[in-house]
Ligand binder design. Sequence first.
Ligand SMILES: C=CC1=C(C)c2cc3[nH]c(cc4nc(cc5[nH]c(cc1n2)c(C)c5CCC(=O)O)C(CCC(=O)O)=C4C)c(C)c3C=C
Ligand SMILES: [Fe+2]
Length: 458
Amino acid sequence: MTGCPFSGRAPEASEPATGPASTQAPLDPAGGERPTAGARLSRRGLFGIAGLGGAAAGLAAGFLGHDAVAASAAPPAADSPVVPFHGDHQAGITTPAQDRLHMAAFDVTTTKREELIQLLKDWTRAAEALTEGRPAGATGAVDGPYGAPPEDTGEALDLNAGKLTLTFGFGAGLFEKDGVPRFGLDGRRPEALIDLPHFPGDDLDPARSGGDLVVQACADDPQVAVHAIRNLARIGFGKVRVRWSQLGFGRTSSTTRAQQTPRNLFGFKDGTNNLKVEDDQLLDQHVWATAGRPEDAWLAGGSYLVARRIRMHIETWDRTSLGEQEGLIGRTKGTGAPLSGGEEFTEPDFTRQGKGGKPLIPLDSHMRMAHPSQNSGVRMLRRGYNYTDGSDGVGHLDAGLFFIAFVTDPRSHYVPMQMAMAKGDTLAVEYLKHTGSGLFAVPGGVKPGGFIGDGLFA
Ligand SMILES: C=CC1=C(C)c2cc3[nH]c(cc4nc(cc5[nH]c(cc1n2)c(C)c5CCC(=O)O)C(CCC(=O)O)=C4C)c(C)c3C=C
Ligand SMILES: [Fe+2]
């Protein structure tokens, strides 16, 4: 597509900053780097070039879509801030977990199938642009008609793509409400898309639970993730309404062995024994959904996303001794090694005993209860984030972990483990409270020219 105004990814992706010192990236207070002058070419500059190429304001959305397809054809360079949107699987599952999250669930308010399909097409075109660091819409934030609201909200104009991934999922409510099928999807609700049972200790807020559609936006810059959700919500005006949304600020998992294991708000390494992109056979077994019935073919390459907002009683935790903390988790706080000995990645030895014949890894420890050996061999790909949402009005931070896991089937890979933990994991029983919940079927990846979940509507 040489010569095509939108061809290739945003120019900043592989270009080092070459401008004068004043244009070099100052440090972002969040620890990342602010975009370079080159990066600034991205959303605004790229669009300007498109205008010069004869595709000025009023450029047909169809052309933009075509071009986005072409733009995605060339894989980005290794140091690129772009994570490809198209593929066999949606990005945002096994792609390296970024530092920031904005997840939003939507209720679909339109009752018309064509409007839902159009929304999914519009979201796809916008996702193709946003994940490449381009603005939403044909005319972006500042190049549209002066007398109309801009198509993009503009707060990401000077930022690069920030490794943005957008992952879309369908909740049970998309298929039926109160037993009545919706959008002509009779009989299409996958059997594994269950209504999650009530778990002991659950204190779920309906306003933080459920949703017909979900969008997980992950990026290395919070403004990029928030911008993406905001613009998708804006595109959906009149068809969908935000039901809940959640910000997350520090990943609590690694999804590749190249990443360092991060820490959760209990101060422990989290994600040590997570499934990772390198475990391809295990991913087939435990993460990718199997399209059991012919009508579930749209789930091939997809997964199920479990989201749980888990409040952590951090004030109580902070008054708990180090020894007790380690016993509750089953690992050391410093290195993350199992209490049976070794290093972070040493396999735990659950038979090893200490003083008085007591197991070194306590029977009620979180790690033991979550280990595949205690759960019929099941594993999951965790992709959660820390969160703090202000305070609770009685002197405590409302802080915790926004748990996200991708599993092949929640009936075998989530419910039994959660049930066992809710009953017997002392960490879960005494220090955690689940306040929000969602389960979504995640369609396979979008092919160039296709749209999110297109197989479901074929
Ligand atoms: C139902 C699934 C799980 C929930 C809910 C959950 C909540 C939760 N976990 C931690 C902290 C840690 N979890 C760790 C390991 C771990 N946790 C789960 C599942 C759930 N966690 C699994 C499957 C595993 C892996 C077990 C294994 O195979 O060894 C760890 C240890 C380090 C690691 O391997 O990641 C920590 C620490 C918190 C704080 C939390 C809720 C707030
Ligand atoms: Fe855990």
